[in-house]
Design a protein around this ligand. Structure first.
Ligand code: ATR
Length: 266
């Protein structure tokens, strides 16, 4: 029987994961099928149970089910614990379900490809939602000098910063330092909005990354950075590929070619 994987989410029809993982399987000679599954409201557990019972070996989880997947796992990686969310589940040989979160490490994978000067850097993360929560631990492992989290709702930034040394919180308006690296983790770009930090903060940085991406063209945030003459401004498409590479590696023990995949799907 062919090994079965899929992505759970709602909506899920737009997800590129089936195409990416099918490409991984082909290019690494792995015999598997990867499907998508629309999760009905409140039915994640039931649908995940059915998938694993029918021989499913692993799955990705996208919005809005990452917290459900976190609760579903029998065992969690440190990254999943830090993120409070799971984007990858794997059935272990003893039948228990292991939950990981590869989003933040996927980001770091892409930042390394782009020669982002993270080590020793003053890093700004804009936003304090689920996406921010998932990237802090992997970024800290790259040894930045310090991280500031700035959010529209200050208390959320403060709550997140309180969990780590070397991380402090700010409102968006109060920011007036310069940063080496700026990462936009807000969902503002999905609505073609800017998160509301001053242009001069962006203009004085060396490297900008938006976790969001658009199928056609730049996000408003990378556009803004480029209009302020920032040469190194990138969207989150590489992060999407990076998190997929790490999920595949967890399931199959082989690492697909990141650059080849990026070229194929960009
Ligand atoms: P999640 O479910 O991942 O936590 P979310 O609640 O939508 O997602 O939060 C996404 C982040 O984007 C939050 O930091 C949010 O700011 P608030 O905490 O103040 O809500 C931020 N965000 C979304 N739209 C924004 C905008 N137009 N300007 C600034 N920040 C924005």
């Amino acid at each position: 029987m062919t090994d079965k994987y899929l992505v759970f989410g709602n909506p899920v029809s737009h997800s590129l994961s089936p195409d990416i993982h099918t490409f991984f399987a082909k290019t690494t000679d792995q015999d598997l099928v990867y499907d998508r599954c629309l999760v009905q409201e409140g039915k994640f557990k039931e649908q995940a149970d059915a998938f694993f019972k029918e021989g499913g070996l692993g799955c990705n989880i996208t919005v809005p089910c990452k917290l459900d997947a976190f609760s579903y796992a029998d065992e969690l990686s440190d990254y999943a614990k830090a993120a409070g969310a799971v984007n990858t589940l794997k059935k272990l040989s003893d039948g228990r379900i292991y939950g990981d979160n590869t989003d933040g490490r996927g980001l770091v994978y892409d930042l390394k490809r782009l020669n982002c000067p993270l080590e020793g850097s003053k890093t700004l993360i804009i936003g304090a939602g689920g996406a921010a929560k998932g990237i802090i631990k992997p970024i800290l492992e790259c040894n930045p000098c310090c991280i500031t989290i700035a959010n529209r709702t200050f208390n959320k930034a403060q709550d997140l910063a309180d969990q780590y040394q070397m991380v402090k919180a700010s409102t968006l308006e109060d920011l007036n330092e310069t940063f080496d690296v700026i990462i936009n983790s807000t969902s503002a770009s999905l609505k073609d909005e800017l998160p509301g930090i001053k242009d001069e903060i962006i203009a004085k940085t060396r490297f900008v990354y938006d976790l969001m991406y658009r199928k056609n063209g730049e996000t408003v945030f990378t556009q803004k950075a480029k209009s302020l003459n920032i040469q190194h401004a990138y969207d989150g498409f590489g992060m999407l590929i990076g998190q997929a590479v790490l999920s595949f590696k967890l399931w199959r023990g082989v690492e697909p070619d990141f650059k080849k995949t990026l070229e194929k799907f960009r």
